[in-house]
Design a protein around this ligand. Structure first.
Ligand code: FAD
Length: 431
């Protein structure tokens, strides 16, 4: 018997799945595989990492579903190339599929596996599934890459056809019959289960979608979809969200386009992970005061909206988008701390951490990324709080001691910090 292996990575679902849909046409029994990659896991310092738990829970659900259909899921723990060497020695693998991933590490890993499989005459096919448009599908008329969002969005919308967001059904009869298998436990992999994990649903509620344009900027209410973790791990299909949003809410659709935009940017400018997209911004002299950074991380800057956001992040692994913009602007402009420090802190803490959106969001906030706005836009954290949390509901929820003498005084004066930032940026850009 020959088998086809589908390698799950950021596509942890069994519905509306392009690669599984296409693989069924091969008429070769499909075996699903997931690898807990030690190259990634070994770098995670927090052994309660909720993302690992999220993946683990999702794999269990997928495995149960496949077992209902007489198949199962193969889950391995180790280095991907070693696992592939073992698998091709042990099983009659004739072809492999995966969903394309545009992060630098993933591209390198996939190239190595591709080269190895080719040497064994095993065909490895990648599919576009986690974005609507990838690579150079949305480019300027002269073939150049868009670096500003609005013209990209317009081009994206003009190219969109129903085919881009059609559903790809999964045929369960195409999976191989397999014995039930064990998924390595979190403990076996050196991680621990958190009792307090509270993952959001992977459903887009119609009430959220209908009112999104009015509710999305209020951090105290459930006014956004909370689907970022599901988009991160592919536990919901991006096409299903475009189908839902397309004639209902353009503002929501636009947020999904931002996601494509940042993935495209990372694909074309992989160096943006460490370098400013606008090179002159790498000349900024950051202060990088470690005490200020610590106060920011702990939510003790004395600016309530900033502190509430950081405490929300530290306790839940999530932060509202409006507040992400405010805390990122505060770190880079008020405290003059390098955006890369903030990006790395978010990367450790966010359940929805996605390299492209995180680097994109941080470079946007620091003014050095794909943004048409000038650097001298400096968010005022106090007026942002008055506008978006007028009754202090969000602030009170996350800062117990707010309004008491236990709450810290501002670590920096707003007016002074704003002027200092403008001066420092100006110096770097005009030198
Ligand atoms: C400094 C900073 C860092 C960020 N880091 C991340 C990150 O690591 N991972 C991440 O998924 N998002 C990141 N974002 C974008 C955004 O804050 C989150 O996607 C959003 O808050 C998630 O909540 P939601 O699912 O309720 O979003 P909704 O408002 O319901 O939006 C729907 C979906 O659209 C996408 N989206 C929305 N806004 C953006 C955006 N600005 N850029 C890219 N995609 C977007 C997300 O996939 C989101 O789930 C960051 C933003 C900033 C300013």
């Amino acid at each position: 018997m020959s088998i086809h292996i589908h390698w799950f990575r950021r596509d942890l679902r069994l519905e509306d799945h392009r690669a599984l849909h296409e693989a069924a046409k091969l008429n070769t029994p499909i075996v699903g595989l997931f690898i807990f990659d030690t190259d990634i896991l070994d770098k995670l310092e927090d052994k309660h990492d909720l993302r690992v738990q999220f993946i683990h829970e999702q794999l269990q659900l997928m495995k149960n579903k496949l077992e209902e259909h007489g198949s199962s899921l193969v889950v391995k723990y180790g280095k991907p190339l070693d696992i592939w060497k073992n698998l091709t020695e042990s099983y009659p693998v004739v072809s492999v599929s995966a969903v394309r991933d545009y992060e630098p590490y993933a591209k390198k890993r996939d190239k190595e596996v591709y080269d190895f499989l080719s040497s064994k005459n095993v065909k490895f096919t990648g599919y576009k599934d986690q974005v609507i448009f990838e690579k150079s599908e949305v480019v300027k008329k002269d073939g150049g890459t868009y670096t500003v969002f609005t013209p990209y969005r317009k081009a994206w919308e003009s190219l969109l056809t129903e085919d881009h967001y059609r559903e790809f059904k999964v045929d369960f009869s195409s999976f191989a019959k397999l014995e039930k298998m064990q998924i390595p436990s979190l403990t076996e992999m050196g991680f621990r289960q958190s009792e307090h994990a509270n993952f959001p649903d992977n459903k887009l509620k119609s009430q959220i979608l209908n009112n999104y344009h009015e509710t999305r900027d209020t951090p105290s209410i459930n006014g956004t979809s909370r689907l970022s973790v599901h988009l991160r791990f592919g536990t919901i299909s991006i096409r299903s969200l475009v189908r839902a949003a397309i004639h209902k809410n353009q503002v929501y659709l636009s947020e999904l386009i931002w996601r494509d935009f940042y993935q495209m940017t990372l694909y074309h400018f992989p160096e943006c992970v460490n370098r400013a997209i606008k090179p002159k911004y790498d000349r900024i002299q950051w202060d990088n005061n470690e005490n200020h950074f610590k106060a920011w991380c702990e939510g003790k800057t004395g600016y309530p909206l900033v502190d509430a956001g950081m405490r929300e992040l530290n306790t839940t692994g999530y932060m509202h988008n409006r507040v992400r913009m405010v805390v990122a602007s505060f770190l880079t402009k008020h405290l003059l701390i390098d955006w890369r420090w903030g990006e790395r802190y978010f990367a450790e803490k966010l359940l929805d951490f996605d390299l492209s959106a995180n680097v994109g969001g941080w470079q946007w906030a620091a003014g050095c990324g794909n943004d048409a706005a000038p650097y001298f836009r400096v968010f005022n954290p106090t007026t942002q709080a008055e506008k978006f949390d007028p009754n202090n509901t969000y602030i009170k929820k996350h800062i117990r001691e707010w309004g008491t003498s236990a709450y810290p005084k501002p670590i920096v004066d707003h007016k002074f910090a704003r002027e200092r930032a403008l001066e420092r940026y100006k110096k770097a850009l005009t030198e």
